[in-house]
Write a protein that binds this ligand. Sequence first.
Ligand code: FES
Length: 187
Amino acid sequence: MPLETESKARVRALISEFRPENGDLLATLHKVQHEFGYLSREAMEVIGEQLDLFPAHVYGAASFYEEFRFEPPAHTNIRWCSGPACRLRNSNGIRDAMLATLGLDEIHEQTEDGRVGVINGQCNGCCELAPMVWLEQHETHTVRPVGNLTAASAIRMARALRDGTEIEGALDAAFERTPSGSGVSNG
Ligand code: FES
């Protein structure tokens, strides 16, 4: 079976409970993105077939919301908090240091090998950790808040992720602690 057809079949099975007459487009989009990490063109075609909508309608609705992605996520995404408390504590400097370390020009890019991406995040009330980021891995459904960053610790963290270290190892590198977890603490 060709890959695209197999991929479409997976989406079709995933959203088979939704029907045009009671189909909730947003719920369908969320379910597909949660499973695959993004909304592919094929997935939006299947959603359109299932809910009796044109794919352009599906894309138009999804693109209205910032939370939906149309490209595969990086292996690890650094979700950078753009909120006011973090900005007061030099989050812009941290963002620029991470982007430079990863060789990226701006937010929402990822390294060429797909290992690390930097995406925009909003304050979710963890301001005591400012400035902070979340490290996210779609594959393992991991979300790890990381707080009290400095430009230096952010650079060490980004460098470790770029070089293939997984999240906990990258945090050990960032906060210069031993792999056992002792040493400087973060969020
Ligand atoms: S402003 Fe960054 S967590 Fe609140």
